[in-house]
Design a protein around this ligand. Structure first.
Ligand code: SAH
Length: 214
C-alpha cells in the first residue's frame, strides 16, 4: 500500500468515527496515533480500519472503533487520571486510554490476552499501561481508588467491588444487561452520598465472566 493510500484510509477511518459521534478532538487524536491494525492478527488485520468488531484470540473480540471512541469520550478523562479497564482483550482500548491519562491498569481473565497485549504495549513504547491476568470482577484493590473505570464486557449489574473502588467524583462506564440481548451502555458517577446513573446508548458486548480463563 502506498503512503497516499494509507493517508486516505486513515482519513476515512477518522471520518467514520466523527460521523458516528466521536467528536472529542483529544479522543480523535489518540485514535489517529494508535494503529488498530497492530492489535488485530492474521487475516482480519486487513479489516482493521472498518468500523466493526473483529475476532481475537480466546474467542473474544476487539470492539468496534466507534464504540471505543464513544466509551472513551463518555469517561470525560483528565490528563492526571488513574484508570482501570476490565477486559484487556486485544489491548486496543487500553492503548487509546494510555494516550489521554497518566496511568492505565487493564485486567483480563485470559493470561494469553494480557501477555499478547503487554508485548504490543512494549513494542509501541506505551510504558504507562500495566496488564494483569485476573478476574476483573474484583477490580484491583491494591491500586484503588480509581478516577475512572471502564468495563468492556457486559455484566447484569455494575459489580460491587468496582463501584467501591471508584473515587468520589469518579466515573465508570460499562455495558449492563443480559449477555445474549441488547445491553445498555451506562455512566455511573460517584457522588458524596451515592451513585448517579446515566443511560447512554444500546450496545452489544461479550459477557463479563467470573473466574480466570484457561
Ligand atoms: N477492550 C478490548 C475488548 C474487550 S472484549 C479491546 O480493546 O480489544 C472483552 C474482554 O473481557 C475479553 O477479552 C474477556 O476475556 C474479558 N473478560 C470477561 N470477563 C472478565 C473478567 N471477569 N475479568 C477480566 N476480564 C474479563
Amino acid at each position: 500500500m502506498t503512503a497516499e493510500d494509507e493517508a486516505t484510509r486513515k482519513m476515512q477511518f477518522l471520518f467514520a468515527l466523527r460521523s458516528r459521534g466521536v467528536t472529542d478532538a483529544r479522543v480523535l487524536g489518540a485514535m489517529e496515533r494508535i494503529d488498530r491494525a497492530q492489535f488485530v492478527k492474521g487475516l482480519f488485520a486487513a479489516r482493521a480500519y472498518e468500523d466493526m468488531p473483529l475476532p481475537i484470540a480466546a474467542g473474544q473480540t476487539i470492539s468496534q472503533p466507534s464504540i471505543v471512541g464513544l466509551m472513551t469520550q463518555a469517561l470525560r478523562l483528565e490528563p492526571r487520571d488513574k484508570v482501570l479497564e476490565i477486559g484487556t482483550g486485544s489491548g486496543y482500548q487500553a492503548a487509546i486510554l494510555s494516550q489521554l491519562v497518566r496511568r492505565v491498569y487493564t485486567i483480563d481473565r485470559f493470561r494469553r490476552l494480557t501477555a499478547e497485549a503487554r508485548a504490543i504495549f512494549e513494542a509501541l513504547g506505551l510504558t504507562n499501561i500495566t496488564a494483569i491476568a485476573a478476574d476483573g470482577c474484583f477490580g484491583l484493590p491494591e491500586q484503588a481508588p480509581f478516577d475512572r473505570i471502564l468495563v468492556t464486557a457486559a455484566a447484569e449489574d455494575p459489580p460491587g467491588p468496582l463501584l467501591a473502588q471508584l473515587r468520589i467524583g469518579g466515573i465508570m462506564v460499562l455495558p449492563v444487561g443480559q449477555s445474549d440481548a441488547v445491553q445498555s451502555l451506562i455512566r455511573v458517577t460517584r457522588t458524596e452520598t451515592g451513585y448517579d446513573y446515566d443511560e447512554l446508548r444500546p450496545v452489544r458486548f461479550v459477557p463479563l465472566v467470573e473466574g480466570l480463563g484457561d
